[in-house]
Design a binder for this molecule. Structure first.
Ligand code: GBH
Length: 492
């Protein structure tokens, strides 16, 4: 089947050539979601291996033992990506594949290192630039057991820095774009506030045996911010002079639109929601150098404080703003006392505003609706507040009814509409002066969507998970994006 798209007489014609000629584009993935080979070649256990082997945790009862088998199929995958026209690929390293037990004094697993060397070499040989994330949620299980993982900043720090050092030493001659953490805020809130992700801690005893949703997310978040900064300092001092790469962090944030834009109470609530979700991490790193006042006011001492040394270290610790965003919510102010476990800023997240307007068409994922209008606002909000070059590191959608690899289902017009809308907002924001340098769609192939299992298909490639070979079938959106980027990126 040949699926091509021409934009010369489309509404997007005026966006031609709006993205810089060295704009990076491609797809993003995470090790625990695609690799499989969960215990092959010396890989150690991660908290997600433990989580998915605990009955009742994953909605469809699945594990990620095989996932999309990209550990075995990486060569085919690189060829497929190449046929999609990408110029970059963002993937994460599984810490427990490289250092199975995780700790500073634990041995390195050479076979794990070899796998990533092979993948990096294969990408470069095919003209695809690697963007590498050190941590996409899969901390070695052993570190959780030894000292409670990121709850113990003092013991965790040397282990993370040693892991980062091994990665810079082994891969830094070829990897020039490093991301320390993927979405620290989602790791903390899903893992320690809601308790629905590994390591499955919260105050809710019907769900989790241990944890405290009112304190632990903020402790873990603090650990992530400070250790991100320490890893960046190490890279800048010891590796950057010779390797000449860049290092940063990727933050998650959806857009928060006031439920009633005429009412100052809801306008303030929406800004507070953005601060709780995004500025929690972004202000210390890119902005004021400290947590937002709105969070301090609500959380008091439950929010840790930065020492002077930490503040100094954290501010300016990221060379770029890595941004993951999928959707927009309407935000309504909540009156009355704040729940002790609240982490949103005492607001309600809604699908419709005060006029009854919807935030956008439903996907196959309960929280995700297509809302490019909010994406455009978010890009400007981030740029105006932080004035840092933006790498868009994740954005994408599921679509209802993707149940089999038939011709009709592979013609995924819902996902195409999503990408068309969001990428147009990217191009318009750039035309308005926002400095955006990359875009990674989420995601390359259907994968193991964490606690949702295999039910939520975010790929531009369909994967038949029922077959042992995990056969791949390109969806039309893969070719739409190829053609659209060809239109959007300046030629010379
Ligand atoms: C990304 O996170 C991840 O980086 C990636 O691994 C994942 O596969 C992808 O998105 C798709 O999910 O409180 O109702 O808003 C996205 C993060 C998903 C953040 C759901 C918070 C909570 C639901 N988020 N979410 S809600």
């Amino acid at each position: 089947m040949t699926w091509t798209h021409d934009f010369t007489s489309s509404p997007e014609a005026s966006l031609a050539g709006s993205l810089r000629k060295d704009f990076y584009w491609g797809y993003a993935t995470a090790a625990a979601q695609v690799e499989g080979a969960w215990n092959a070649d010396g890989k150690g256990e991660s908290i997600w291996d433990r989580f998915c082997h605990t009955p009742g945790k994953v909605h469809d009862g699945s594990t990620n033992e095989d996932a999309a088998r990209s550990y075995d199929l990486y060569k085919e995958d690189v060829q497929l990506m190449k046929s999609y026209g990408v110029t970059a690929y963002r993937f994460s390293l599984a810490w427990s594949r490289i250092i199975p037990l995780g700790g500073a004094d634990d041995p390195v697993n050479e076979k794990g290192v070899q796998y990533y060397n092979n993948l990096i070499d294969e990408l470069l040989a095919n003209g695809i630039t690697p963007f590498v994330t050190l941590f996409h949620w899969d901390i070695p299980q052993m570190l959780e057991e030894r000292y409670g993982g990121m709850l113990n900043q003092e013991r965790y720090t040397p282990d993370f820095l040693r892991y980062a050092r091994v990665c810079f030493e082994r891969f830094g001659d070829r990897v020039k774009h490093w991301i320390t953490y993927n979405e620290p805020g989602v790791y903390t809130l899903a893992g320690y506030a809601a308790g629905v992700h590994a390591p499955a801690r919260s105050s809710f005893r019907e769900r989790n045996e241990e944890g405290d949703s009112s304190t632990e997310p903020f402790i873990v978040g603090h650990t992530e911010i400070v250790t991100h900064a320490r890893a960046a300092k190490m890279y800048r001092e010891e590796f950057k002079p010779s390797q000449k790469g860049e290092i940063g962090i990727t933050l998650h944030g959806n857009y928060s639109e006031p439920w009633d834009a005429e009412d100052p109470v809801h306008v303030a609530a929406a800004e507070r929601a953005r601060e709780f979700e995004i500025a929690w991490y972004a202000d210390p790193i890119y902005g004021s150098g400290d947590y937002p006042q709105s969070m301090r006011d609500q959380l008091g001492d439950r929010l840790p404080t930065f020492t002077e040394e930490e503040k100094e270290l954290v501010k300016g610790s990221s060379d770029f703003y890595g941004m993951n965003s999928y959707t927009t919510f309407f935000i309504k102010n909540l009156d009355g006392p704040t729940d002790i476990n609240d982490h949103l800023g005492n607001v309600e997240k809604l699908d419709t505003n005060s006029k009854g307007e919807s935030r956008g068409p439903e996907s196959d994922t309960y929280w995700l609706r297509t809302a490019p209008w909010g994406y455009g606002k978010l890009l400007r909000w981030v740029w105006n507040r932080y004035q840092t070059p933006i790498y868009l590191t994740e954005n994408g959608t599921t679509a209802k009814g993707e149940t089999e690899p038939s011709e009709e289902i592979l013609n995924d017009t819902f996902r195409i509409d999503f990408y068309r809308g969001y990428l147009s907002e990217v191009a318009k924001a750039v035309q308005d002066g926002v400095d955006i340098r990359s875009y990674f769609g989420w995601t390359f192939t259907d994968n193991w969507e964490w606690a949702a299992g295999y039910s939520d298909r975010f790929g531009v490639t369909y994967v038949d998970f029922d077959t042992p070979e995990k056969k791949r079938y390109p969806k039309r959106s893969a070719y739409f994006n190829r053609d659209f980027f060809n239109h959007l990126i300046a030629k010379a």
